[in-house]
Write a protein that binds this ligand. Structure first.
Ligand SMILES: [Zn+2]
Length: 376
């Protein structure tokens, strides 16, 4: 009996073990399948062919660029090839290097197709780089309303992402990636510096740890994230590479640069960098940026308007008070006239042919035409 019970228990345990093993294997298999699908979706080459039938879109190749567009954007395609070549020359000059890979440029005809191709996170973007595909997707709707100079800077910015992906062997924090791209494209104005400075003064900066993987989607927060990225990156360029952007990028390139990039992911080093950067931002020399802020300008205009309005109100009130006092004096004088001359005389004094006996002393003039002032 005891032997049978022991055998039964052993068999029972074996069945349980096999069942657990089977469940684990099934879970791992499912996870593998789902990861494969995700990888396929995220890395699959994007193309207008996924959204438009054959004949509604075409490609044009020139100077190591391939532009993909729908038929109605034919005019944009030729312009894009010329601008793309110019943007690559700007990038090469800024990095003192050469980006020689073939680049695929897709002009998404509208916002909907653009978001379908790159994701909803980019709803406020003019363009998005897909470095693993050597591809740039442009938002056609935003291209049509933007200035040509904006398009040129946008292309340089996106090419910088492709360039960094080629040169760096490790991932870059998002703030560093965007900061370098903005630096290469020269996307920085005094108003940006003022905005970052004001955010630093009022404690409104976005922490670097919140900008490592992605940026906020809201327009204002996203704009601040880009501005901060440039500011921190510029601080690094100035303090670690003597102000040379090519030297700074070189320090992040290759295997040796990989170690430097790792340091930006280290919370201790990242937080230390953030503290030093913020301290530099609040320095006295940066207070001049306050004057350059458009918010400061309009605030000053509003302040001056309010001061002018208050001054006018005070002056008017003084005049009214003065007029009221004069009116009281005239009423008192009229009363004196009535007491001295009587009602008829006081009202018709202008018609009196003779001068009154008690003439006002010389040098004292009547307060108002038609009225006479008598000493009391
Ligand atoms: Zn970017």
């Amino acid at each position: 009996m005891n032997t049978k019970t022991a055998e039964f228990k052993i068999i029972q345990r074996c069945v349980i073990c096999w069942f657990i093993f089977f469940i684990h294997a099934l879970v791992i298999l499912c996870r593998t399948c789902s990861c494969a699908d995700a990888d396929h979706d995220s890395t699959g080459p994007v193309s207008l062919a996924q959204y438009f039938p054959v004949g509604h879109w075409r490609t044009r190749e020139e100077m190591q660029f391939e532009v993909e567009y729908i038929n109605s954007d034919e005019g944009w395609a030729g312009d894009m090839l010329g601008r793309a070549d110019a943007a690559r020359r700007v990038l090469n000059r800024a990095t003192r290097d050469a980006l020689l890979v073939r680049i695929h440029v897709i002009i998404a005809p509208d916002q909907d197709i653009f978001i379908k191709m790159v994701g909803g996170w980019a709803e406020n973007s003019v363009a998005v780089a897909l470095p693993e595909q050597r591809t740039i997707v442009l938002n056609g709707d935003k291209l049509r309303i933007g200035a040509p100079s904006d398009l040129a800077n946008t292309l340089v910015h996106e090419f910088a992402h492709l360039y960094l992906d080629l040169r760096c062997v490790r991932e870059r924090p998002r703030w560093l990636e965007e900061g370098i791209a903005m630096h290469v494209a020269g996307q920085w104005e005094s108003e940006d510096a003022a905005a970052v400075f004001i955010a630093a003064i009022i404690g409104g900066l976005i922490p670097l740890r919140e900008m490592e993987q992605s940026f906020p989607v809201a327009v204002d927060s996203q704009r601040l994230a880009y501005r901060e990225s440039y500011s921190v990156t510029n601080y690094l360029v100035q303090t670690t590479a003597g102000g040379s952007l090519p030297d700074f990028i070189a320090s992040l390139s290759g295997q040796e640069g990989g170690c430097n990039l790792d340091s930006f992911w280290n919370p201790l080093q990242r937080d230390a960098l953030e503290i030093q950067w913020k301290r530099g931002l609040r320095s006295v020399s940066n207070w001049s940026f306050l004057v350059l802020s458009s918010g400061f300008f309009w605030g000053l205009v509003a302040l001056l308007t309010v001061i002018a309005w208050i001054t006018l109100r005070v002056r008017r009130r003084k005049l009214h008070t003065q007029w009221d006092d004069e009116e009281k004096i005239y009423e008192a004088l009229d009363e004196d006239d009535r007491l001295i001359w009587g009602d008829d005389e006081a009202e018709g004094d202008d018609e009196k042919p003779e001068k009154p006996e008690n003439e006002p002393p010389p040098g004292r003039k009547p307060h108002r035409p038609g009225r006479r002032c008598f000493p009391r």
